[in-house]
Structures are given as C-alpha cells and as structure tokens.
Design a protein around this ligand. Structure first.
Ligand SMILES: C[S@@+](CC[C@H](N)C(=O)[O-])C[C@H]1O[C@@H](n2cnc3c(N)ncnc32)[C@H](O)[C@@H]1O
Ligand code: SF4
Length: 348
C-alpha cells in the first residue's frame, strides 16, 4: 500500500478496543452465503431448500471490495483473517482473493475454514496463492452418521482426501472441526480422536451452538466439552495446555504420551466472550460484532457510495469502540429464540 493512500486510521497501531477493553484482532470474512452441503445444524433443507433465495451476485462484495476492507481492518489492528462462507471454496476463483489478502502488510495469519469437499482440487492453488494453513470441518468418519449430517450424501473419505491434499500442498498444520450433537454423532467422538491422533492434525470439538434461528437448537442436544474431554481422557490420557494467544477460542489439551493435541470450543458451557477479539464480515458486506448478533452494519453502502478510506475506517472504529456484545455469557432460556443472523451468512 502506498504511503499516499494512508489515512489516519491506517497509521493506527491497533490499540482500538471496545467497551469491555477487547481489541479487534481477528476478522472472519464470508465470501458466499451458498454451500454444497446442507448440514442439519447449519443449513437445514427445510429452510435452505429449492425455494430459498440466496444473495444475488451483485449483492455480494467483489474481491476488490473485500481486500479494500481487509486493508482497513488490518490498519486498525486486525492481525488474523479467516475466509469462510457458506462454503468458501464454491466461490469462483477464491484463490485470487487469497492472493490479494496474502499481500496485505501487517497480517500474521491467513486461513480458510472449509467443508473439504473441493479441497483435493483446490489445495495447491490455495497454497500457491499464499494461504498458510487451513481448517477442515468433518463431523464423523462413520459414513451413515456423516451423510445424515451433511444431508447431501457426501462421504467422509472424500473429506479425508482433501485433508491429505492440503497436507501435501503444505497447508499445515491442518485443523479439523467436529460439531458434536448428542444422539447424532457423539458416539463417534472416540473414533475421530483415534484417527487424528499422531497425524499432526489437531482435532477440535465444537459444542453445538444456537446460532441463527433455522436449526431448532435445544440445550439437550449439546454435549458439554467437559464430557467430551472426560470420554477421551478415559482411553487416551490428556493434560491441559495454556492458550497460544489471547482470544484463542479453543481450549487445548495434549495427549500425555506426546501423540498430539486436541481442542474444545465450548461456547455454550464455558463462554469466552470476555476475550472475544473477532469481527465478522458477511458476504453482502455487513459487519457483525458477534456471532449471535441480529443486526449488521452496512459497509457495502459505504464502499459503493464512494466513501473514502478514512471515512470507512472511522466508521469501523466507531462500531468497534461501542461494541458491548457478550451473548454467550448472557445465554438463558430466553435467548435462543432471539432473532439472529444465520451461520451460513457469517461463517462461524
Ligand atoms: C458455517 S461453517 C463455514 C465454513 C465451511 N462451510 C465449513 O463447514 O467449514 C464454519 C464452521 O461452523 C460450524 N458450525 C455451523 N453451524 C454450527 C452450529 N450450529 N454450532 C456449532 N458449530 C457450527 C461448522 O461445522 C464449521 O466448522
Ligand atoms: S457448516 Fe459449512 S458445510 Fe455445513 S452447511 Fe454450514 S456452511 Fe455448509
């Protein structure tokens, strides 16, 4: 970026904090609201079926618009970008966006979260574009279970092939996300742990969350992270490890025999709002300051309204400095019914 284009916000050292003293360090960018899976906990077919109206191409931010916003966020202190969706790899030429983002100075980490279905084909291009590492979602190795969750008959082996391609392309360390839903896939937790242990791939168990309003979430469906850890520990002894950095969402554990580590993302039973440093940009350019927010701030209108960088940066600064979200800490029997943005819009 040339100095001539630097605005006051560009020169900021990133000391931007919200009303609870939380700095803005991470930005999750959703590049599409579409997906080739229909995970029952995210895009159930009854809601996201044939008649569902996805965003029109013209409504979605272009790569240039995304990269421009990303530069402004980085100038305000963001150090980590995660590209997500919907399914980010269904967005045409997404590697071109990766290359544009990888070129931003001041970024420490650039990654993608994907369902892995197109990874075998795309891993090399992503790596060549400058992607450093990748997170792949896989909810079970048992095909009956996995297919019942992705609801498009997609086999687990093809996701494993994608993971292998990512490792071969140098996208490591690969992290694997498993959403655990009671009575659906929790009986396959140990099989997953056994498979990924010793491979250098960190498996992270995610408590099923009440994101959006489409998935009919009930607290009874949540398997608490403590229970998952206890089950694994009984067979493969574990010990806790401290966080890598402030705001790390996963609580880390390592196998006592040195065969690797796992993580748990316990947003329901052990909320981590107090350390949440994440902003989220939806595919149509809305800024959300919480995964459970009902309202986003329209950045696309600023971009397409011809606003200069300085004005947009000032808007970002004002939104973050007024931020007071802590949904998971306030979660109660009443909160799941509140209107919230769908996960497929902001990508987790
Ligand atoms: C919304 S997806 C988007 C990226 C990509 N399609 C994927 O599945 O990895 C991001 C992550 O959110 C997780 N997720 C979706 N709905 C969830 C829910 N209700 N509770 C917990 N995690 C969820 C997915 O399993 C995935 O790991
Ligand atoms: S979790 Fe990811 S793969 Fe599954 S429906 Fe949602 S966006 Fe698609």
């Amino acid at each position: 970026m040339s100095d001539g284009r630097r605005t006051q916000a560009h020169r900021s050292d990133g000391a931007l904090t919200d009303t609870l003293g939380r700095p803005m360090r991470d930005l999750r960018i959703s590049v599409t609201d579409r997906c080739n899976f229909r995970c029952t906990y995210c895009m159930p077919k009854e809601v996201f079926g044939r008649g569902f109206e996805f965003l029109d191409r013209s409504e979605i931010l272009s790569f240039e618009e995304i990269a421009r916003l990303a530069r402004l966020f980085v100038a305000l202190g963001v150090r980590k970008l995660r590209i997500t969706g919907g399914e980010p790899l269904v967005r045409k030429d997404v590697e071109q966006l990766i290359a544009m983002l990888a070129a931003i100075e001041g970024l420490d980490d650039l990654t993608v979260t994907t369902n892995g279905s197109l990874l075998k084909r795309k891993a090399r291009a992503l790596r060549n574009a400058g992607l450093q590492r990748i997170t792949v979602s896989l909810d079970s190795l048992d095909n009956d279970v996995f297919k019942s969750m992705n609801d498009v008959d997609f086999p687990a082996e093809r996701v494993l092939e994608g993971i292998e391609a990512a490792v071969e392309a140098g996208l490591s360390p690969v992290k694997v996300n498993m959403v655990v839903k009671r009575g659906v896939n929790d009986h396959t937790v140990l099989e997953m742990a056994r498979h990924f242990r010793g491979r250098g791939q960190t498996l992270r168990f995610i408590e099923y969350m009440d994101v959006g309003n489409a998935n009919g979430w009930r607290l009874d469906d949540v398997v608490p992270a403590g229970e998952i850890i206890a089950r694994i520990n009984a067979e493969m002894p574990l010990e806790p490890v401290g966080p890598n950095y402030r705001g790390e969402v996963a609580r880390r554990y390592r196998y006592k025999d040195g065969s690797g580590e796992i993580g748990v993302i316990a947003s329901v039973t052990q909320p981590f709002c107090g350390d949440c440093t994440r902003a989220r940009l939806s595919a149509e350019g809305r800024l959300y300051t919480c995964l459970f927010a009902s309202r986003g701030h329209d950045l696309r209108a600023l971009l397409r309204g011809g606003k200069p960088d300085g004005e947009i940066a000032e808007f970002l600064r004002s939104v973050w400095s007024r931020r007071d979200d802590r949904y998971s800490e306030l979660r109660s029997s009443a909160t799941p019914g509140l209107p919230k943005v769908e996960m497929s819009r902001i990508g987790g």
